[in-house]
Design a protein around this ligand. Sequence first.
Ligand code: ATP
Length: 358
Amino acid sequence: MTKTYKLAVIPGDGIGKEVIDAGMKVLLHMEKQSKGAFVFESDYFDWGSDYYLKHGRMIPESGVDQLINYDAIYFGAVGDRRVPDHVSLWGLRIAICQGLDQWANIRPVEFLPGIPHRLVHPNPESLNWILVRENSEGEYSGIGGRNFSARPDEREVAIQSSVFTEYGCERIIRFAFELARTRTRKKVTSVTKSNAQQYGMVLWDEVFTRVSKDYPDIETDQWLVDAMAARFVLHPEDLDVVVASNLFADILSDLGSALAGSLGIASSANLQVDKRFPSMFESVHGSAPDIAGQGIANPIGTIASAGLLLDDLGLHDEAAKLNQAIRQTTSEGVVTRDIGGTYTTEEVTNSIIKNLST
Ligand code: ATP
């Protein structure tokens, strides 16, 4: 019997539209290859900065509710020079992540064959770590405000609060340990800045120590974020599962993907781990307005995110096959300009599709 998966597709802004086209082309090819085992029923949502300029909001008032009954959300990118970044980000991406309690953001860092990377390392393809980002609170809790703007001489005040709850820390740390159990290396590294952030991040550290006792089979390690940034470059072989707060993991994942070659290859999943609502799959990069509309955006991050989506739907063999097709394409040198190639978005996508069939 054919299994139907309902996808909510949100291309968003800039290159988001181009890379989502590429990802959907791959998913539809895989649907055809399944010979009736599964089909995707996709609804497209035109939410993003153009929508904001027309309607004064990034998504309709009922937007988040409209997504509840899908099996997964496939997201392009958000960001447009005509709309302040904090408006577009909070109005769309964070509205969905928080609204659907997608509390675990995973961001694998992989060193693909054939891609010039930025590390001095004898065997870069052996490197493979995954960032687990707390995706619901921390520095992105959105709690704060601005006041006193009527005072003379520019004396406005802004307060931005970080929120660390024991509940939030525990669920993401436990998730990291469970993920580590599925991997060969079986190690979790926790990243904080608890010497300077003496409340929330000390609570995080204490929860980490407590939860780690339930996982005696998993090696643990704890670092301050500044030292961890250096470690990414100097000792990447020490990394397996790296768990950190919303802001720290966001920054470290850009560092990881840049080290691996380009922001354009990094995939990510915003997981609603409890399966109460759909999860959302997107590349790590933004809307890249500098290259939008030119057909040269690297589609690998978004296509690899489709792999994470397939995994989440339980289509594990298909996800593995897609990863293999991506690796085959990069090892053949069929890559876009950001990683030293000359190929277009469409040519890279077609190569991945060709490699899915071989
Ligand atoms: P936004 O405001 O949406 O975050 P941005 O330009 O500040 O946009 P990114 O979109 O992440 O941030 O882009 C950072 C840099 O990386 C840009 O120079 C962009 O061209 C490049 N880049 C990002 N994604 C890709 C991609 N998929 N392919 C090629 N280059 C990319």
